[in-house]
Ligand binder design. Structure first.
Ligand code: GLC
Length: 443
């Protein structure tokens, strides 16, 4: 498969000028927004405004800084300082909750998970963007993304990039052993065992099994594919179902069969990625950026040897498996002293030029609908054509209690994967803890 190549911006988006229709109302107005203080305005007039952007590593190839450099060239009066966020979304969340609830004015803008609007909106940890940006600004995104970035009808996040789960595989090894690219979980297990018995690779399949949000994402994929749910239509927790037993029994069997290493129970995205990039595993479940990551010099020993397909399904189901929807929004700290600059930055990062860089320098899924539809970009980014063929599923995150619900899921699933409790016991405990958490939120 071709390597992702950077599209010269001159070819695609030079001369792209943000049209008035896409520009936040207040950016087109000459008046200062009410809450930009006079000293801040004076500072801006006399020089450069520095805003702090807290952001996690996106694809490990310098993408964030590249985007910022382009932005600063167009907006020489704004300097964006990147502050590194941890790679674990739970740690990032805890850090930001503590900083912002303590009144910190920095970071000004932060990259935050798509599952946060319930909690961050209800606790006033994010500026209500829909009160500062016009409706036409939000029309650049698919409506579902805007809805996902909202809580009780208020939009808190500007969708920055979308994530979706994929299966990465070693096409060289499968070809050598005359094995098919797996379309079912059973086939993946079989392929892995053959490759491992032939000593062609150490591990079959690596994924995210640690006790954190990433495991909830992986779990949702097996659970939904097996026909199960966390909540039924009436909002009742139903995770102790036969379908859930099937899903978790299969996950545990990946470990007991040796296809997945035991230490998957401590693996988050970076550890699974490293095992795959080092050539130690035949298969990897990871997000879209893993394509770029596996094809970047200095990071990967498997350049040119990787294929990417939708996640498999249990035998008997037609088509592909399910992929959890992830992704990150740009949120504004409600205590930021640089609102005008913050919104200018968000406008560019989610606009055509910013999103073109995002989707071509890295295999990211852009949130800007026009960029996502662009056939030139689709040709260069192999995950874009796959994502439209995949069944996407959302986590039950539209409640302030989602952190507790997810904790009940991943901590109990992790205990079963570790063999500390039986599959049935883990699901029973998870279900009653989910019920407790959901009751608190009045679900
Ligand atoms: C990715 C996803 C995010 C998810 C996280 C779990 O960063 O974009 O939505 O919560 O992985 O580790």
């Amino acid at each position: 498969m071709k390597r992702t190549t950077t599209i010269a911006l001159t070819a695609l988006s030079a001369g792209v000028v943000l049209s008035a229709g896409l520009t936040p109302t207040f950016l087109t107005s000459t008046k200062q927004p009410a809450h930009v203080s006079a000293p801040a305005a004076a500072r801006r007039a006399s020089g450069v405004t520095t805003i702090v952007w807290a952001a996690g590593t996106i694809s490990g190839n310098g993408l964030r800084q590249d985007m910022v450099n382009h932005f600063e060239k167009l907006h020489p009066t704004i300097h964006v300082k990147i502050v590194q966020e941890p790679s674990n979304t739970n740690t990032t969340r805890a850090q930001l909750v503590s900083e912002i609830s303590g009144g910190a004015t920095s970071p000004d803008v932060y990259m935050g998970d798509v599952i946060w609007p319930g909690q961050f909106g209800s606790l006033h940890l994010a500026l209500p963007l829909s009160q500062h940006l016009s409706k036409s600004f939000f029309s650049r995104f698919a409506p579902g993304l805007v809805q996902g970035a909202s809580y009780k009808g208020v939009v808190y996040g500007a969708p920055f990039f979308q994530d979706s789960g994929f299966l990465y595989y070693r096409k060289d090894l499968l070809a050598k052993a005359h094995l098919p690219v797996p379309r079912t979980w059973q086939q993946l297990m079989h392929d892995s065992l053959v490759l491992q018995h032939k000593h062609m690779v150490k591990y079959g399949f690596v994924w995210q099994g640690a006790s954190y949000e990433g495991l909830t994402c992986d779990w949702m994929e097996y659970l939904t594919d097996a026909g199960g749910q966390v909540f039924n239509k009436a909002g009742k927790p139903v995770m102790n179902s036969p379908q859930a037993v099937k899903a978790l029994t299969f996950m545990r069997s990946l470990i007991t069969s040796g296809v997945t290493p035991k230490d998957v129970i401590t693996m988050q995205e970076p550890q699974a990625m490293t095992a795959f990039n080092d050539g130690q595993a035949a298969f990897l479940r990871n997000w879209d950026y893993a394509w770029t990551n596996s094809q970047t010099k200095g990071q990967s020993k498997v350049i040119g040897k990787v294929g990417v397909v939708p996640l498999p399904t249990f035998a008997g189901h037609a088509g592909t498996g399910y992929a959890t929807i992830g992704g990150w929004n740009l949120y504004v700290n409600p205590h930021s002293k640089h609102l005008a600059a913050d919104l200018t930055f968000i406008n560019w990062m989610t606009g055509v030029q910013g999103q073109t860089i995002l989707a071509t320098k890295a295999s990211e899924i852009p949130t800007n609908a026009a960029v996502q539809r662009n056939p030139q970009i689709r040709k260069l980014n192999p995950v874009l054509s796959i994502v439209s063929k995949t069944h996407l599923i959302a986590r039950p995150s539209q409640t302030p209690q989602y952190p507790a619900i997810s904790l009940a899921i991943y901590s109990n699933i992790n205990a079963a994967l570790a063999g500390q409790v039986s599959v049935k016991q883990a699901l029973q405990t998870a279900n009653s803890q989910i019920a407790q958490a959901a009751n608190k939120s009045g679900l």
